[in-house]
Design a protein. Sequence first.
Length: 155
Amino acid sequence: PHLLRNGGKGLQHGMGAKRLCSWMKQEGVQPDAIITIDTTPLFKGESGLALYGHHWEITKTEPSQAEIDATEKLMNTFMELVPIFTVANNTNDYLHYGAEMNFPTGKPVPSIALEPAIFPYHTKNERVFIHDIMDLKDILGIFLNSYDEPLFELI
């Protein structure tokens, strides 16, 4: 924040995700799933890839059984493709997408995050492992090229 104009006054975490959710609702856009790509401090300086998905544990929202099932199926799809992810939960934009894009009567929108390790987290001298980023790129390629049908038919 100290590098931002006015010290970051008026800015808050998740602003972009909140704005995107508002736009999608306003335009009637309901994605089949939302996959957020970000970085995680979970590994404390070690290499690794994290998979976050249970937004309701942090947002304290009440997911429908359909949302839980769709999220588990999407998470399991990634784990079956390449079982190298550490499954956990942390703060990230996937929380906003999951909490705001799921409605009790609508089609579930699973929201997950795939995150390579970073350390120290969002501070001077932060470092990443290039091979983690390349692994994640390859995993996303496998995932996106694996289906000839819309994702929602899979979940």
